[in-house]
Design a protein around this ligand. Sequence first.
Ligand code: FMN
Length: 382
Amino acid sequence: MNRRKFLKIAGSTGVIVAAVGTGFVATRTPTDALKPWENAGSLYSDPMRRALSYAILAPNPHNRQPWIVDLKSGTEAVLTCDLDRLLPATDPFSRQIVIGLGCFLELFSIAAADQGYRADIRYFPDGEPGDELDRRPIAHLSLKKQEGLVGDPLFAHTLNRHTNRNPYDTSRPVDDNVLKRLRDAAAGNVRVGTANGGTLLKDLRALTKDAMLTEVGTPEAYRESIDLMRIGRAEIEANPDGIALGGAFLEALNLTGVLTRESLADSTSRSYQMGLAMIDEGAMTSMGFVWINTMGNDRTAQIDAGRAYMRIALQVAADDLAMQPMSQALQEYAAMAPYYETIHEGLTDQPGERVQMLARLGYAKDAGPAPRWPLEARVKES
Ligand SMILES: Cc1cc2nc3c(=O)[nH]c(=O)nc-3n(C[C@H](O)[C@H](O)[C@H](O)COP(=O)(O)O)c2cc1C
């Protein structure tokens, strides 16, 4: 949302304007929370840590960073899921959490190849979990030096890939060649679909918007997001995960009491109204959509979807495009059932086919990096 419109709803107080117009701005960047983006590839000499230092930059739902890596040696490790980092209200079967782990594995593999190592990744070595994730490993990772291994050109875009929640430029269509490159970037057992115009684009804009408004109107689901909000620099530095509401402007709104966890939960507040306006603006400026389908929905299919999403996200960055997942309609809780059904009717070809990811596309102002826990916080050695 542009600042003028935002202020109109927020009521522009002198404090906000003053704060945004002074040195306050320069001091609000959560520098430690963003360090993993600077440190990727540079602090570690063994190939495993080097590749992992990129993998932790993978997209993942609500930035929960659910990965824990048990390091066995400089070339062997086991990836497990941190069961304290699930999203029970919006992701009751941890489908999206596993997709995020798939993104992690793909980025790990691409980063390893850049150093001349082939990543052998064995999924679910002790068996695949069912509807509930458990402590069994997600994957066994091992790296093998391979002479003449050609790196993946997508690696070059790792550090400028960011989820972009800004409004998209409605004067710039996303052309067919760009969509083809996105479809071609995906690999593995998935079917990728795209749209950039016509009734389908119009319908997807409306459906993703309605599904998101429904999430906000469903108390347990919305509460889960609010509890994961980190408002302002101090909160982001203390917990570099979740939904970061940072920057001088939002922090000034927080200091003046306009934007707080309590106000966001109160449907009569200005910040709640701002949130609704931002949802509308985001969804309705989508200039294209991309979706990733799998046959069936077992855990391996979810990993495949994550790996494909990672590759598409890197291609999005290569094309200077913007992308934001719009996951609400794909979620498995009662209030979403009508959207889930419509989306599956519209975007699948066969019974049993499952839409795993749906994201909007367009051109937009750059989005900055999202916070990350440092690698040391997510690995243990045994
Ligand atoms: C499975 C999955 C679902 C996601 N769903 C949403 C979503 O519905 N809305 C959204 O804004 N971002 C969504 N994201 C993006 C994450 O919020 C984002 O990756 C995370 O906050 C880290 O930020 P980054 O991608 O900029 O590094 C999703 C990501 C994944 C992997």
